[in-house]
Ligand binder design. Structure first.
Ligand code: NAD
Length: 311
């Protein structure tokens, strides 16, 4: 395979590059290093089948050039993290909407297979008793910048789907659910690295909201091979596939486990959502993937438990 990995200097992308390079594939990364880092790819610097290109997915000529010399595109580049989205909504939208269309369009013109990274956030809050038609509501929430990421990713899925249908290029959409592992940074609001950093520094662990919201955390080491397998599975083409872990934990429970596993003396501090993210912020109470489609398509069975992931 000749693969282009957009966002390859990021957390998931760099692990994907490790995996592809180890399998002998030719890998090129396109990343603007906005949240990623070349440090994440240092171990690949001397590999003959690896190349890093610093640039943006918004640069259509560059994207066209790189996609043209590949047969497979893993599109992971995106503006990510709640802090990024809330602080810089316009820039995030540009990257997540226009950037994706640029990459998918190039893949279609060059006949390359493409995986588009999406998110569990496209399910929205999903806890309403009844749906209303208020013009400012999508995804079950007022259309505030908090949801611009989900809205853009939802449109990314549509772009991938429509291009796949109309041009015949194989497309796979992966909906990641809270993926964690080494190299993930807590700087942009990712909860596990943030808690671990606070615990190791002996600082209070800051839980946003009351901590009863529940999540499932998936290991990057389970998800990366699954992404590659899906790309080789025609039955997955033009489908959206959930990928994540199945062990559910409350955010308060997560903080307690981090304290226990790190042997930290940190306390837990609860911060109202409005204070952490600004007025009107909303979150999902529960987010748990049904991964039976991934199981059916590729035999996906996440093996890492939360304690292994934290360790
Ligand atoms: P990350 O921030 O580590 O990776 C994103 C990468 O994209 C970074 O290296 C960043 O520098 C790069 N990038 C951003 N804008 C760019 C641009 N204009 N041009 C080129 N590169 C650009 O985040 P991640 O967690 O590895 O996420 C990877 C993908 O998976 C993203 O599409 C994200 O939306 C999706 N995702 C991740 C999770 C998760 O739990 N980690 C959950 C849902 C979806």
């Amino acid at each position: 395979m000749k693969a282009l990995v957009t966002g390859g200097a990021g957390f998931i992308g760099s692990h994907l590059c490790d995996y592809l390079v180890a399998q002998g594939h030719q890998v090129t990364v396109l990343d603007d290093l906005s949240t990623g880092s070349e440090e994440n790819l240092r171990q690949l610097a001397d590999a003959p089948n690896f190349e890093f290109v610093k640039g943006s997915i918004l640069d259509a000529a560059l994207v066209d050039d790189l996609v043209g010399s590949c047969d497979t595109v893993f599109h992971l580049a995106a503006a990510v993290g709640v802090h990024t989205i809330v602080d810089r909504p316009l820039e995030s939208l540009r990257v997540n909407l226009h950037g994706t269309e640029t990459v998918v369009d190039a893949a279609a013109r060059h006949g390359a297979r493409i995986m588009v990274a999406s998110t569990s956030e496209v399910y929205g809050k999903n806890d309403a008793d009844g749906l209303t038609e208020d013009a400012d509501r999508i995804l079950g929430s007022p259309l505030k910048s908090r949801w611009s990421y989900a809205a853009a990713k939802g449109l990314d899925e549509l772009v991938a789907y429509v291009y796949g249908r109309e041009t015949g290029i194989p497309t796979v959409i992966t909906r990641f659910f809270n993926i964690v592992g080494p190299r993930q940074t807590g700087r942009y609001g990712m909860v596990v690295p943030r808690f671990v950093g606070q615990a190791l520094a002996g600082e209070p662990i800051t839980v946003y909201g009351d901590g009863t919201q529940r999540r499932c955390f998936g290991s990057v080491f389970d998800v990366v091979p699954a992404v590659v397998k899906l790309m080789d599975t025609p039955a997955a083409y033009n489908r959206a596939v959930n990928l994540g872990g199945m062990e559910e934990v409350s955010i308060r429970g997560l903080a307690e486990r981090v304290i226990e596993l790190t042997g930290s003396s940190s306390t837990i501090e609860y911060i109202p959502y409005e204070k952490a993210y600004g007025e009107g912020y909303e979150d999902m109470r529960r987010r748990m993937p049904d991964t039976s489609l991934a199981k059916e398509l590729i035999g996906y069975e996440p093996t890492r438990r939360l304690d292994d992931i934290i360790n």
